[in-house]
Design a binder for this molecule. Structure first.
Ligand code: AQP
Length: 334
């Protein structure tokens, strides 16, 4: 069976972008057809400063968010990255395979490091090599992610290909990105040119999976829009990024196409459309948020799920790391 791997950073609250762009697809792939492995990538989170107490809380809450969204720890392997040391071990090998120039071209690096690259962590620069290790330590072939991760997945393929070439082996698979659904790039509610993200300082820019009905309604009511009515055709959304984003979110939450949505709401003002969107978002997200807080009531159970997941993950990862060491020529590996 083909193997699926993906993950999210415990660097803040899970938001609607994570849910529509990633999590929902992870749940869909949890089937007879695939073996599914989903990680909380805490080693990635610390590439920028994380308060240790908050990191612990965010990691457990992320696990609760995975389960509340529909991931089943019996069907999928759910675990925390740092509890499977093989990720960091393989990442070191990949640091030695990947080239500085490849990393320098990454748009996430450029965006997150900003103008002061000299002051960014070395880990932030090497982020994509660790991500390649996350995927390839399981020989995963399918990686469901949002649009923003496309470039990192191409780099994962480059690393696999270069490793195989350098050592004359056919060992690491070339992975396929799975970027699917109506909302592969959900934008900020405050700025239609920026993606919704955990690290945006404005909480009004995103809908968190932990938000209650009132907070969701308020954020949608205050979302940036333009003064025009909604168009009845998709072309009418061109050059209207905020309007397009809200229609897109509606379509994704309601499992409809943009065209279907516009045939129903075309001509309406935002004053009328926003409450419809808020009701829909509350209906879809409130059960997740309720389940998350229930799960967070028993942290020992979450820790048990993570420990069990790490054990199962290591059963797959350890032999692949050993084989990698052997290929590279490390004494004691074979
Ligand atoms: N806005 C989004 N729309 C669709 N998919 C998204 N993803 C993230 N944002 C959107 C997808 O969610 C998965 C987990 O990604 P992450 O943990 O890196 O989340 P983030 O919110 O992107 O986190 P940060 O800390 O705010 O990082 P930056 O700002 O650097 O992106 C991934 O599959 C991602 O594609």
């Amino acid at each position: 069976t083909p193997r699926v791997f993906s993950g999210a950073q415990p660097s803040g609250n899970l938001h609607l972008g994570n849910y529509l762009g990633a999590l929902r697809n992870w749940v869909r792939m949890q089937s007879e057809e695939f073996e599914t492995i989903y990680c909380m990538v805490d080693l990635h989170a610390i590439t920028v400063w994380q308060n240790p107490t908050e990191l612990q809380h965010a990691t457990r809450e992320l696990c609760a968010g995975y389960i509340a969204s529909g991931l089943n720890p019996e069907k999928s392997i759910l675990f925390n990255q740092s509890q499977v040391p093989e990720h960091a071990q393989l990442a070191w090998i990949f640091n030695c395979v990947a080239r500085m120039g490849w990393m320098q071209r990454m748009t996430q690096w450029k965006d997150k490091a900003g103008k002061n690259q000299q002051n960014a962590s070395l880990g932030l620069f090497a982020y994509p090599a660790l991500m390649a290790a996350d995927i390839l330590i399981y020989h995963a072939t399918h990686v469901p992610v949002g649009e923003d991760q496309k470039q990192h997945l191409e780099l994962t393929r480059d690393i696999a290909i270069k490793f195989n070439n350098d050592f004359g082996v056919d060992f690491f698979p070339v992975t396929e990105p799975v970027i699917e659904g109506a909302a592969t790039r959900v934008m900020s509610l405050r700025d239609g040119s920026k993606k919704m993200s955990k690290s945006d300082p404005s909480d009004m820019s995103r809908i968190n999976l932990t938000d209650d009905a009132e907070a969701i309604a308020k954020k949608i009511r205050k979302a940036k829009t333009d003064p025009d009515a909604l168009p009845s055709e998709a072309e009418g959304l061109e050059d209207r990024p905020e309007a397009r984003n809200l229609v897109n979110i509606y379509a994704a939450l309601n499992d409809q196409t943009i065209e279907q949505v516009l045939s129903e709401v075309g001509g309406k003002q935002f004053g009328e459309f926003k409450p419809m969107l808020a009701d829909l978002a509350v209906a879809k997200l409130a059960p997740i948020s309720t389940e998350m807080s229930r799960l967070m009531g028993d942290q020992a159970e979450i820790d048990r799920i993570l420990a069990r997941g790490a054990e199962r993950a290591r059963e797959i990862a350890a032999p692949i790391l050993q084989k990698t060491y052997e290929i590279v020529g490390m004494v004691g590996a074979a």
